[in-house]
Design a binder for this molecule. Structure first.
Ligand SMILES: [Zn+2]
Length: 225
Protein backbone atom coordinates (compact mmCIF):
# COMPACT_ATOMS: atom_id res chain seq x y z
CA UNK A 1 0.00 0.00 0.00
CA UNK A 2 1.42 3.34 -1.01
CA UNK A 3 1.32 5.87 1.78
CA UNK A 4 -0.41 8.85 0.21
CA UNK A 5 -3.15 11.33 0.96
CA UNK A 6 -4.33 11.25 -2.62
CA UNK A 7 -7.78 9.76 -2.83
CA UNK A 8 -6.83 7.54 -5.74
CA UNK A 9 -4.66 5.36 -3.51
CA UNK A 10 -7.20 4.93 -0.75
CA UNK A 11 -8.78 1.45 -0.53
CA UNK A 12 -11.86 2.45 -2.51
CA UNK A 13 -12.97 2.49 -6.11
CA UNK A 14 -11.34 5.30 -8.07
CA UNK A 15 -13.89 7.84 -9.27
CA UNK A 16 -12.91 7.20 -12.88
CA UNK A 17 -10.94 4.46 -14.59
CA UNK A 18 -7.51 5.99 -15.19
CA UNK A 19 -7.77 5.90 -18.99
CA UNK A 20 -10.95 7.98 -18.82
CA UNK A 21 -9.44 10.42 -16.36
CA UNK A 22 -6.65 11.34 -18.75
CA UNK A 23 -7.41 14.27 -21.03
CA UNK A 24 -8.28 13.28 -24.58
CA UNK A 25 -6.31 15.23 -27.10
CA UNK A 26 -6.94 15.63 -30.80
CA UNK A 27 -3.53 16.12 -32.43
CA UNK A 28 -3.07 19.11 -34.73
CA UNK A 29 -2.98 18.35 -38.42
CA UNK A 30 -1.07 21.48 -39.49
CA UNK A 31 2.67 21.46 -40.03
CA UNK A 32 3.11 24.69 -38.17
CA UNK A 33 2.67 24.06 -34.45
CA UNK A 34 5.29 26.12 -32.64
CA UNK A 35 4.58 29.30 -30.72
CA UNK A 36 6.79 31.78 -28.90
CA UNK A 37 6.50 32.06 -25.11
CA UNK A 38 6.52 35.35 -23.25
CA UNK A 39 6.96 35.48 -19.49
CA UNK A 40 4.54 37.89 -17.81
CA UNK A 41 5.89 39.45 -14.65
CA UNK A 42 3.44 40.56 -11.98
CA UNK A 43 1.34 43.46 -13.26
CA UNK A 44 -1.87 45.41 -12.84
CA UNK A 45 -4.65 46.34 -15.24
CA UNK A 46 -6.33 49.43 -13.82
CA UNK A 47 -9.70 51.18 -14.13
CA UNK A 48 -9.72 54.93 -14.73
CA UNK A 49 -11.47 55.53 -11.39
CA UNK A 50 -8.85 53.54 -9.45
CA UNK A 51 -6.04 55.23 -11.39
CA UNK A 52 -7.35 58.65 -10.35
CA UNK A 53 -7.61 57.48 -6.75
CA UNK A 54 -3.94 56.42 -6.86
CA UNK A 55 -2.47 59.18 -9.02
CA UNK A 56 -4.90 62.10 -8.72
CA UNK A 57 -8.01 63.47 -10.48
CA UNK A 58 -7.94 63.39 -14.29
CA UNK A 59 -4.70 61.38 -14.38
CA UNK A 60 -3.84 59.60 -17.65
CA UNK A 61 -1.43 56.66 -18.00
CA UNK A 62 1.82 57.43 -19.79
CA UNK A 63 3.56 54.91 -22.02
CA UNK A 64 6.87 53.37 -20.93
CA UNK A 65 7.09 50.85 -23.77
CA UNK A 66 4.88 48.99 -26.20
CA UNK A 67 4.12 45.33 -25.59
CA UNK A 68 4.12 42.76 -28.39
CA UNK A 69 0.32 42.65 -28.43
CA UNK A 70 -0.77 45.64 -30.57
CA UNK A 71 -2.22 48.52 -28.53
CA UNK A 72 -1.02 47.14 -25.19
CA UNK A 73 1.72 48.98 -23.35
CA UNK A 74 3.68 48.99 -20.12
CA UNK A 75 2.98 52.28 -18.36
CA UNK A 76 5.53 54.39 -16.53
CA UNK A 77 3.23 54.25 -13.51
CA UNK A 78 3.70 51.62 -10.83
CA UNK A 79 1.93 50.95 -7.54
CA UNK A 80 2.70 49.31 -4.23
CA UNK A 81 0.65 46.19 -3.51
CA UNK A 82 -0.08 45.66 0.18
CA UNK A 83 -1.32 42.26 1.37
CA UNK A 84 -2.13 41.00 4.87
CA UNK A 85 1.38 39.56 5.29
CA UNK A 86 3.64 41.35 2.86
CA UNK A 87 4.23 44.24 0.49
CA UNK A 88 5.49 44.34 -3.12
CA UNK A 89 6.66 47.68 -4.47
CA UNK A 90 6.93 48.95 -8.05
CA UNK A 91 4.30 46.71 -9.61
CA UNK A 92 3.91 47.84 -13.23
CA UNK A 93 0.57 49.05 -14.58
CA UNK A 94 -0.26 47.84 -18.10
CA UNK A 95 -2.37 50.05 -20.34
CA UNK A 96 -4.75 51.01 -21.71
CA UNK A 97 -7.14 51.36 -18.76
CA UNK A 98 -9.79 48.69 -18.39
CA UNK A 99 -13.28 48.55 -16.99
CA UNK A 100 -12.15 46.69 -13.85
CA UNK A 101 -8.87 46.64 -11.96
CA UNK A 102 -7.12 43.25 -12.06
CA UNK A 103 -3.94 42.28 -10.23
CA UNK A 104 -2.00 39.40 -11.84
CA UNK A 105 0.62 37.85 -9.59
CA UNK A 106 2.45 34.53 -9.28
CA UNK A 107 1.73 31.95 -6.62
CA UNK A 108 5.05 32.87 -5.00
CA UNK A 109 3.92 36.51 -4.80
CA UNK A 110 0.70 35.26 -3.21
CA UNK A 111 2.63 33.53 -0.40
CA UNK A 112 4.62 36.69 0.18
CA UNK A 113 1.53 38.94 0.24
CA UNK A 114 -0.58 36.51 2.28
CA UNK A 115 -3.30 36.00 -0.33
CA UNK A 116 -4.37 32.81 -2.07
CA UNK A 117 -5.75 33.77 -5.48
CA UNK A 118 -7.35 31.21 -7.82
CA UNK A 119 -6.24 30.48 -11.38
CA UNK A 120 -8.59 32.49 -13.59
CA UNK A 121 -8.99 33.64 -17.17
CA UNK A 122 -8.50 37.38 -17.51
CA UNK A 123 -11.63 39.32 -16.51
CA UNK A 124 -13.18 36.49 -14.46
CA UNK A 125 -12.83 38.10 -11.05
CA UNK A 126 -15.87 36.93 -9.09
CA UNK A 127 -14.98 35.66 -5.60
CA UNK A 128 -11.27 36.39 -6.00
CA UNK A 129 -9.33 37.97 -3.12
CA UNK A 130 -9.03 41.71 -2.74
CA UNK A 131 -5.91 43.68 -1.88
CA UNK A 132 -4.72 47.22 -1.17
CA UNK A 133 -2.97 49.33 -3.82
CA UNK A 134 -0.99 52.42 -2.86
CA UNK A 135 0.02 55.19 -5.26
CA UNK A 136 1.53 58.66 -4.86
CA UNK A 137 -1.86 60.37 -4.36
CA UNK A 138 -3.81 57.78 -2.40
CA UNK A 139 -4.79 54.17 -1.85
CA UNK A 140 -7.47 51.84 -3.21
CA UNK A 141 -8.89 48.87 -1.33
CA UNK A 142 -9.97 46.29 -3.90
CA UNK A 143 -12.74 43.94 -2.77
CA UNK A 144 -11.75 41.47 -5.50
CA UNK A 145 -9.41 41.24 -8.46
CA UNK A 146 -6.27 39.28 -7.52
CA UNK A 147 -5.67 36.28 -9.79
CA UNK A 148 -3.10 33.83 -11.06
CA UNK A 149 -3.60 34.26 -14.80
CA UNK A 150 -4.58 30.99 -16.49
CA UNK A 151 -1.98 29.91 -19.03
CA UNK A 152 -3.12 31.21 -22.41
CA UNK A 153 -2.10 31.69 -26.01
CA UNK A 154 -2.95 34.89 -27.85
CA UNK A 155 -3.55 33.98 -31.49
CA UNK A 156 -4.17 35.81 -34.73
CA UNK A 157 -7.21 34.59 -36.72
CA UNK A 158 -4.86 33.48 -39.54
CA UNK A 159 -2.78 31.28 -37.23
CA UNK A 160 -5.91 29.89 -35.55
CA UNK A 161 -7.26 28.88 -38.96
CA UNK A 162 -3.93 27.26 -39.89
CA UNK A 163 -3.92 25.28 -36.63
CA UNK A 164 -7.63 24.42 -36.81
CA UNK A 165 -8.35 26.13 -33.50
CA UNK A 166 -11.11 28.48 -32.34
CA UNK A 167 -11.36 31.12 -29.65
CA UNK A 168 -12.01 29.39 -26.31
CA UNK A 169 -10.41 26.06 -27.28
CA UNK A 170 -8.03 24.43 -24.78
CA UNK A 171 -4.81 22.83 -25.94
CA UNK A 172 -1.86 20.83 -24.64
CA UNK A 173 1.51 22.48 -25.02
CA UNK A 174 4.85 20.67 -24.81
CA UNK A 175 7.90 22.40 -23.40
CA UNK A 176 10.78 20.39 -24.82
CA UNK A 177 13.77 21.59 -22.87
CA UNK A 178 15.93 21.07 -19.83
CA UNK A 179 12.86 20.01 -17.89
CA UNK A 180 10.19 18.57 -20.19
CA UNK A 181 6.74 19.60 -19.16
CA UNK A 182 3.28 19.51 -20.72
CA UNK A 183 0.84 22.30 -19.96
CA UNK A 184 -2.71 21.00 -20.18
CA UNK A 185 -5.84 23.04 -20.88
CA UNK A 186 -4.07 26.15 -22.17
CA UNK A 187 -6.72 28.65 -23.29
CA UNK A 188 -6.70 29.84 -26.92
CA UNK A 189 -7.68 33.51 -27.26
CA UNK A 190 -8.24 34.58 -30.87
CA UNK A 191 -8.53 38.24 -31.85
CA UNK A 192 -7.70 40.19 -34.97
CA UNK A 193 -5.54 42.49 -32.82
CA UNK A 194 -3.40 39.64 -31.45
CA UNK A 195 -0.09 38.30 -32.57
CA UNK A 196 0.46 34.65 -31.70
CA UNK A 197 2.32 34.08 -28.43
CA UNK A 198 1.87 32.05 -25.26
CA UNK A 199 1.90 33.84 -21.91
CA UNK A 200 3.12 32.19 -18.71
CA UNK A 201 3.80 33.68 -15.31
CA UNK A 202 7.17 33.58 -13.58
CA UNK A 203 6.36 30.50 -11.50
CA UNK A 204 5.32 28.56 -14.59
CA UNK A 205 8.44 29.69 -16.45
CA UNK A 206 10.69 28.64 -13.58
CA UNK A 207 8.95 25.27 -13.19
CA UNK A 208 9.40 24.46 -16.88
CA UNK A 209 12.81 26.17 -17.24
CA UNK A 210 11.42 28.50 -19.90
CA UNK A 211 13.23 31.62 -21.01
CA UNK A 212 11.40 34.56 -22.54
CA UNK A 213 11.23 34.02 -26.31
CA UNK A 214 11.56 30.22 -26.23
CA UNK A 215 9.52 28.14 -28.68
CA UNK A 216 7.02 25.54 -27.50
CA UNK A 217 4.92 23.01 -29.36
CA UNK A 218 1.14 22.89 -29.45
CA UNK A 219 0.38 19.16 -29.29
CA UNK A 220 -3.34 19.26 -29.87
CA UNK A 221 -6.77 20.27 -28.76
CA UNK A 222 -8.12 19.01 -25.45
CA UNK A 223 -11.52 17.41 -26.01
CA UNK A 224 -13.82 18.29 -23.15
CA UNK A 225 -16.39 15.54 -23.54
ZN1 LIG B 1 -1.65 37.42 -22.23
Amino acid sequence: MIDSNCGYWQPQEPRLPLEEALPHVEPLTSEFNEVTVRISGRHIHISQADLEQLYGPGYKLTKYKDLAQPGQFAARETVTVVGPEGVIEDVRILGPVREKTQVEISGTDGYHLGVDPPVRDSGDLEETPGIVLVGPAGAVTLREGVILAATHIHMSPEDAKELGLDNGDRVQVLVDGERDLIFNGVLIRVDKNYITEMHVDTDEANAAVIEDGDCVTVIGKVLLS
